[in-house]
Design a protein around this ligand. Sequence first.
Ligand code: SAM
Length: 197
Amino acid sequence: MWDERYSTDDYVYGTEPNDFLREQVALIGEAPKRVLCLADGEGRNGVYLAGLGHWVTSVDASSVGLRKAARLAEHKGVALTILNADLTEHEFVPASFDAVVSIFCHVPAAGRPHLHRQVIRALKPGGVLILEAYTPDQVPRNTGGPDTPDRTPTAAELDAAFAELEIALSRECEREVIEGRGHTGPGCVVQFIARKR
Ligand SMILES: C[S@@+](CC[C@H](N)C(=O)[O-])C[C@H]1O[C@@H](n2cnc3c(N)ncnc32)[C@H](O)[C@@H]1O
């Protein structure tokens, strides 16, 4: 499905970074840091972070999306490490990243416990998780996001999954999400920030 959606010349979610990431990016710290960008799709967030001087690994299940991410990185003159993997199965090297960025990473509920454990595992002590995703309240809207609640987390789910981290922010809110033609208006999101102890 994602390969098909990304098989266009334009960038479905644009080439500018996600608003929440831009707001919170200072939490990653002074570059260069090792940053893992989950479900980075066509690379707008990974390329942004690489442009700030970070060493970024962009992971996604869509090879078409990742080819576009590589093209965007080349166009912007930045380096991006690309990893084509299914996040519901992939295992990361322990304590290998200073930050994990998860923007609109919507995997099925059955795969999320594995992914959440991998996020904790991949973070170095002191490393930060920055996450924004649509919540179940977004599903009936037509401004973007999954068409099934199964792929959408709640703040309560994230609080429980990341209880061993120091949670700095966990909120559900509505905000205007204008990010490419894929995200086109008021959206119900969860915004979550936590740091590994
Ligand atoms: C809504 S897009 C968001 C892309 C990017 N984070 C952004 O904000 O522009 C969701 C992305 O999740 C990826 N994805 C969905 N399921 C996945 C999985 N199981 N493993 C890895 N990536 C997955 C899709 O390929 C797609 O690129």
